[in-house]
Each structure stands twice: as C-alpha cells, then as structure tokens.
Write a protein that binds this ligand. Sequence first.
Ligand code: ADP
Ligand code: MG
Length: 219
Amino acid sequence: MSEIIDVSTLRSWLIRFAGDVEEHAAGLTELDSAIGDADHGSNLTRGMKAVVTMLADEDTAPESIGAILKQTGMTLVSTVGGASGPLYGTFFLRMAAKVGDCDTLGPESVAHAFRAGLEGVQARGKAVAGDKTMLDALIPATDALEAELGAGKPFAAAIRAAADAAEAGRDATTPMLARKGRASYLGERSVGHQDPGATSAALLVRAAATTLIDGEDGK
Ligand code: ADP
Ligand code: MG
C-alpha cells in the first residue's frame, strides 16, 4: 500500500464507509432501538448517501483533500440529524481545517487530522472517555494511530491497529453506563448494550484501514 493518502484514496474511504453503513444500517438501528430512538442506522445511511452523491457530481464535487473533508462535514451536518449528525460533521470539518488545502496526506498528517477531528467531537458533545459514545471508539483509535506511528511502524500497521482499537473500544461500551445523549435517559438500563455511535465510528476507522491496505478496489 501507499504511505500517502491522495484524493482518490480519500474518496474511496468515504464511499467504502457509506457502503458499510448501509450494509450495517439495520444492526445500527437495532442497537439504537435498545438505548435510543432507533434511527442511527437510517440517519447515517441518509447522510453518507448524500456524501456519495456529492462526490459523484462531476461539475461540483470538491477536488482537494481539505475541500472534500469540508464538504463531507457540511453534508453530514445538514442531512444526518440527531446527535450524531453534528458530531460526525464536526469530525470531518475539523479534519478539513487541520489539513487545509492539500492534495496528499502523509501518515503523520492523517494522525493530526484524526486528533483534530476527535477534539472537535469532544468540544462539541462535551463527552469524555467512558461516557458510552462514539468517542469510546474514536479515542482509542486515535491514540493507537499516534502510538504506532510514534514507534516507527508503517502506515498500514498503524491504521490497522487504529481499527482494531476502535473495535475493542466499541465492544467495551457494552458494560458502560451512558452519560451523554439519549441513552443517558435510561440510566442503569443503558448498561449491557453496545453503543450505536461507537459501532458506526468503528466502521469508519475500519473502512479507512481497509481502503489504505487493500487499495481503492478493495483488492
Ligand atoms: P440521536 O441520539 O439524536 O437519535 P443518533 O441515534 O444518530 O442520534 O446517534 C446516537 C449516537 O450519538 C450515540 O450512540 C452516541 O455514540 C453518539 N452521541 C450522542 N451524544 C453524544 C455526545 N454528547 N458526544 C459524543 N457522542 C454522542
Ligand atoms: Mg438515535
């Protein structure tokens, strides 16, 4: 795989995530029906379909990495709704602001972008690790990405470690008590259910790893 993310890799990541969200929509909604209002799968499917449509428009699709990330964030904010729309939107908008107007990203820049996106979600949603939210996947993923790159690991290994950490973080939400969002209204009854937002966030990071490692065609 390449050590560099270019525009086509970024587009492939987003398109893959959209496909994964659609494939897992029923499962995400089922998780949200246990501790929320049963709309997370449909919310995110609607938003990512709008992102794919935005990317497919030959006349208006943004062309730089920063512009694609920014337009993705704005599309998610305006189409997903619920708590997760503004939060996922913020994630991409902050990544966009961090990378600026560039055509390629090296591994360190990807890690910096993830950290900026994560900090945006934290600032906007005021949740912390252990509150049973998407942060419980995004925080360990970002930590792992930074740690692996800091240890000199190749990009592929680092992004795979990030996806593994996101999935472990997702699984760790099951015994947690929800302290933010709709699930927090349930109090103790939120315990024993996997968080839908952590589940979709793990899909996002896994889609990045799969795209980077397998290449644009998934081969
Ligand atoms: P809503 O709860 O408004 O119906 P969704 O169902 O689309 O929105 O998304 C729910 C997910 O959003 C939760 O599973 C959780 O991961 C995430 N979430 C909710 N509130 C916050 C918050 N304050 N910070 C981070 N993530 C949050
Ligand atoms: Mg919901």
